[in-house]
Design a protein. Structure first.
Length: 96
């Protein structure tokens, strides 16, 4: 795992925030080596106003962004934020 951090204040932010850029090496199940090592890294960017150490911040935020993307996809892609009717069982059958 490698990381770096920068402090940035966007025009719309009232105060600066810490941006932590992280890359984690992924293990490979392939016997043949990759042509490029870039395929072996997973990248993350965390934006926070927490003052804790980088390890604490990473453990707190780790993979939460993935869940936010799943929620956004279920709302935008599948209309999970809207129900078609007032009947519980009809909605249950519609989503099930």
């Amino acid at each position: 795992m490698e990381w770096t951090e920068i402090e940035l204040q966007a025009q719309t932010w009232s105060k600066p925030r810490c941006i932590i850029l992280i890359r984690t090496a992924e293990s490979s199940d392939f016997e043949e080596p990759y042509l490029s090592e870039e395929f072996l890294w997973e990248y993350q960017a965390l934006v926070t106003n927490m003052k804790d150490s980088r390890d604490v911040i990473w453990r707190f935020y780790n993979h939460r962004a993935s869940m936010e993307n799943y929620i956004k996809e279920s709302k935008n892609g599948f209309g999970a934020d809207q129900v078609s009717g007032d009947d519980f069982y009809a909605n249950f059958a519609d989503f099930g």
